[in-house]
Design a protein around this ligand. Structure first.
Ligand code: V47
Ligand code: SF4
Length: 369
């Protein structure tokens, strides 16, 4: 309590702080109150205490690379800078052979994980993607395959006339080991209908992740923030994730995704400030007491803010090897050709006072530094 007192908190915040420090869950209303407070140092302190319960003083990174099979997409998310129509300038679709070559190149750099995500292609069904996974698995038997957002899974199963469970089973047998957290955007139905009208709806996204968890496929979760939503919308999003996690325990990490405005229909909007980004990490860490890890995707926010985020509950910095994720570079991300060596990440973590640990996808520690 003595540190808390020195922070000169108003009584209501002090009550929330005591709850968090005692390891108790906070309510959605209390999370809104934390968002509305401007006491960044108190938020950092509380988020840090939750982080330490989950990961002690470790901060993780892993050696992964991204494959984006295509940017051709049947959806029209208004924040997307990346999607193209078939035949449109700037559209790409990689063959399975081309993607296997990418795997081969990255294997040489010591990757332990491949992250495969792209647009929702009009013609490629679940059988095409199962063939892709089998080809990747054959080329790289020891590399963990984390692939496909719930939005891609939804559409590829519909096209293949399979239920989500049948499609996931086919993908699992072909090599799928976990799923990334994309496509969640913001769960509030009114906002979602406005910013990504034709995407899998919120209930569908949660149902697909729940199905994956029940089949032994762990997943991540994201939230796109900084675009039209208010704090109640963010907390509603976090609450739906926390509720599902209570039922399944299948989420490994939560990744807030800051809206970037270049080259999309929302280019005239302002982006969030660094203070808002840090506050968002902290409140997410405090509220999502049952999701073990909080990831900062540094190619999106830049290395400096990523390092700062470690003081606001983040325990995982994503991305080492060349990160070819064009969904961000095309939207104006901080890092246009992101890549960081192990030495650079270790230095970022160590100079922030934490213990660097290379992890595998499931957060087993492979090496400490
Ligand atoms: O769902 C698209 C987001 C997501 C923009 O699970 C944008 O480990 C900001 O989910 N500004 C896909 N965000 C990427 C993703 C992800 C990334 C890193 C790690 C993991 C993981 C998952 O990208 C989309 C959407 O929310 N996005 N456009 C934009 N203009
Ligand atoms: Fe398609 Fe994904 Fe872009 Fe939406 S965010 S338009 S689903 S590529």
């Amino acid at each position: 309590m003595s540190i808390l007192e020195s922070l000169t908190l108003p009584a209501s915040l002090k009550e929330i702080a005591l709850k968090v420090l005692a390891g108790n869950r906070i309510s959605p209303e209390e999370a809104v109150e934390l968002y509305e407070s401007n006491n960044l140092s108190a938020l950092g302190l509380l988020a840090g205490s939750v982080k330490r319960r989950h990961s002690s003083d470790y901060v993780y990174f892993n050696k992964n690379f991204h494959i984006e099979p295509t940017n051709i997409c049947i959806n029209h998310c208004k924040f997307c800078s990346y999607r193209r129509n078939p035949g449109q300038k700037g559209a790409w679709e990689c063959s399975i052979e081309e993607m296997v070559e990418m795997v081969e190149r990255n294997l040489l750099k010591g990757a332990t994980e491949v992250h495969i995500v792209g647009g929702v292609h009009p013609d490629r069904d679940v059988r095409f993607y199962a063939d892709l996974l089998r080809a990747v698995r054959e080329k790289a038997p020891g590399v963990h395959i984390k692939a496909f957002t719930a939005v891609e899974i939804d559409q590829m199963c519909k096209m293949g006339n399979l239920s989500v469970e049948e499609g996931l089973q086919m993908l699992k047998e072909a090599g799928l080991e976990s799923m990334p957290g994309g496509g969640a955007e913001i769960f509030d139905e009114t906002l979602r209908a406005e910013i990504c009208p034709d995407k899998t709806d919120s209930a569908g996204w949660l149902q697909i992740h729940g199905a994956a968890h029940r089949m032994g496929i762990p997943t991540n979760a994201t939230m796109l923030y900084g675009l039209k939503e208010n704090y109640h919308h963010r907390v509603d999003h976090l609450r739906r994730l926390r509720d599902l996690q209570d039922q399944t325990g299948g989420f490994n990490a939560f990744i807030p995704l800051k809206f970037r405005k270049a080259n999309n229909l929302y280019s005239s909007r302002k982006e969030t400030t660094v203070v808002e980004d840090l506050k968002n990490y902290a409140v997410a860490r405090i509220f999502l007491d049952n999701i073990p890890h909080l990831k900062a995707y540094w190619p999106m926010i830049g290395k400096q803010v990523a390092q700062l985020s470690l003081f606001f509950g983040v325990d995982d910095l994503d991305g080492t090897i060349d990160d070819s994720t064009r969904i961000y570079s095309m939207a104006g991300a901080e890092e246009q050709n992101p890549s960081a060596s192990t030495a650079e990440l270790v230095e970022m973590i160590r100079t922030a006072g934490f213990r660097p640990a290379e992890r595998d996808t499931l957060y087993n520690i492979l090496a400490t530094f």
